[in-house]
Design a protein. Structure first.
Lengths: 339, 235
């Protein structure tokens, strides 16, 4: 059978990324131009600056990916691009570059949901077996997604306020840690212990939804109250207590959903999947259920990249999903839209 | 020679195809609608109607701003990607220069194209046709229209103002400049994409990878950061 070559393009936040994926699972190229250094001094991603960088990087990154994969544009079967969600101005650069390539070279265009991409990063590690459950944790998302088959997504739980990653960033700011705060909290937490007994947001019985704004406020209040009393809380313990509260809820809800939906695989997805504490807790939780395979991608496939967009794009392409030249950036795109 | 011109830098959306000595076709709208949805289909339709395919293009010309940050990035991204992937030269042209080129060709005096930039400010510059060549007299800039009109009083020549945003600044300009100020008719205000193509025809290709829009302004966060950190702003 003829090989399938898909180009993935991802510009939803602060990484300009292009990848070439062979037959849906093999990474022929995976180029990521990170802007993290440009946003550091602002303490977070500045949308206008992200968009400006994407314009500068876009064709450079496309060229690098093609070179790395040793392939030419006419050999591509499709161009898969992140349609949303994300920063609209940033998404627009990838979407318009993809449309220009698709038009200029008469190549099919495939729209991809960013979170579908994060989930499909796992297919670059191992073949997916259905039904499966994916725990998606990133700066903008905290979701439990059920999949009965390839390319079919059902959100069974999601955050009602802040994403886990946002809570990490806000707590990091309270602790005056440099941006991005997540990895710093994870590192500090390794040296502390859960002494503060912060609240766990379980919500109603049987709900797979999440809520982290209460926890975030609890952290801020705890620090504030301690300051008023002239006490000092060890940052390690604060980090460990916060992280423990987040992870306990994430893992417990995932375990509960796994049982109810009788899944064969559990996939971790999203930028926060780089978190050591979360990885360890999931590994421990699933150590005694050999009938369920836990898949955790390597860190470079958890953070934003285009290989995951190419991997998801391959499945969407096989499903016959196509976009025409009116494709727009859609910052509020629904993952169930292309089911 | 087949040149494709693309302009999404402000509300007017424009596409043109020109060949050696003729304009094959052009498309303009002046609507507050989404350029990202409409520009590629406009390019596709125009090329199809003109029976041209992308592989026949020999140059891509794009309006590089000033204008809407998001708008100008859409056109520039498409132009960069097409030019680079089709291995043809890319040329960027000032969005103000396009306006001056069309409206002022047979005008005896200076031409000041205007784009409103809010809070009494305009993006503008000063152009003049000298023996059939459009030349820059004062570089594109961001300026208070009040200050601009005072500066123009010194130049002692009639000045043709052009741009869809003229109504916002007309009283001010007329008040300062009196009969020195001439105002273009509404049919001249939309930048003509065929003028963009023609301007690009005569200019050398840019380095495609490093080509960026001319925003004129720093990103707001950047400007604030520089100010807060005691850095000097020049512009
Ligand atoms: Zn992401």
């Amino acid at each position: 059978m003829k090989d399938q070559w898909i180009m993935g393009i991802e510009t939803s936040c602060d990484e300009t990324a292009v990848a070439i994926i062979k037959n849906g699972r093999e990474i022929a190229a995976n180029v990521v131009a990170s802007q993290i250094e440009s946003h550091k001094r602002f303490g977070g991603v500045v949308p206008e600056i992200a968009s400006r960088h994407h314009v500068e990087q876009m064709t450079i990154v496309i060229e690098e990916a093609l070179k790395e994969a040793n392939i030419t544009i006419p050999e591509l079967d499709a161009i898969a691009v992140t349609e949303g969600p994300g920063l609209v101005g940033a998404l627009l650069i990838g979407v318009n570059a993809a449309k220009a390539l698709a038009f200029a070279h008469n190549i099919p265009l495939v729209p991809v949901h960013h979170i579908a991409g994060h989930i499909y990063a796992n297919r670059l590690v191992t073949e997916l077996t259905f039904p499966l459950l994916s725990l998606v944790v990133s700066g903008g998302h905290t979701e439990l997604v059920y999949m009965k088959e390839q390319g079919h997504f059902e959100v069974i739980g999601e955050t009602r306020d802040d994403a886990a990653g946002e809570a990490y960033d806000k707590v990091a700011r309270t602790l005056k840690l440099p941006y991005p705060g997540g990895p710093h909290i994870d590192r500090l937490a390794q040296d502390g212990s859960d002494t503060l007994k912060l609240p766990r947001a379980w919500l109603e019985e049987g709900s797979y939804d999440f809520s982290f704004s209460g926890l975030k406020s609890a952290v801020i209040n705890t620090v504030h109250n301690a300051e008023q009393r002239g006490e000092i809380i060890a940052p390690e313990d604060l980090a460990a207590s916060f992280q423990e509260s987040v992870i306990e809820v994430l893992v417990k809800k995932t375990l509960n959903a796994t049982a109810e939906y009788k899944v064969k695989q559990v996939l971790l997805a999203g930028g926060v999947a780089a978190n050591k504490g979360l990885r360890k807790a999931l590994e421990e939780a699933f150590a005694h259920t050999p009938e369920i395979e836990l898949v955790i991608p390597p860190i470079n496939l958890c953070t934003d990249n285009a290989a995951m967009i190419g991997a998801a794009g391959s499945i969407m392409f096989d499903k016959g999903i196509r976009a025409d030249l009116t494709l727009n950036a859609n910052p509020g795109l629904d993952i169930e839209l292309y089911n | 020679m087949t040149i494709l011109a693309i302009d999404t830098s402000n509300y007017p959306l424009g596409v043109a195809l020109i060949e050696e000595n003729q304009v094959l076709g052009e498309y303009i709208t002046n609507l507050k609608k989404n350029h990202s949805v409409r520009i590629m289909p406009a390019i596709q339709t125009l090329m199809k109607d003109c029976e041209r395919v992308p592989a026949q293009l020999t140059k891509v010309v794009v309006a590089k701003g000033p204008g809407s940050y998001t708008g100008v990035r859409i056109g520039v991204t498409i132009a960069k990607t097409m030019a680079w992937s089709l291995k043809v030269p890319l040329v960027g042209v000032s969005s103000l220069e396009i306006m001056a080129a069309g409206a002022g060709r047979y005008f005896d005096g200076y031409i000041s194209p205007l784009i409103d930039a809010r809070r009494g400010q305009v993006y503008t510059g000063l152009y003049e046709y000298q023996s059939g060549e459009l030349t820059v007299v004062k570089e594109d800039r961001l300026v208070l229209s009040a200050d601009w009109s005072v500066a123009l009083k010194e130049v002692k020549k009639p000045i043709l103002f052009v741009g869809n945003d003229l109504p916002l600044h007309r009283t001010m300009l007329e008040g300062t400049l009196g009969s020195q100020a001439v105002f273009a008719e509404i049919t001249e205000h939309n930048p003509r994409p065929s003028e963009l193509a023609l301007l690009g025809k005569g200019k050398p290709g840019e380095d495609i990878h490093s080509f960026v829009p001319n925003y004129i302004r720093l990103a707001e966060a950047e400007a604030k950061w520089l100010e807060a950190n005691g850095k000097i702003l020049n512009g």
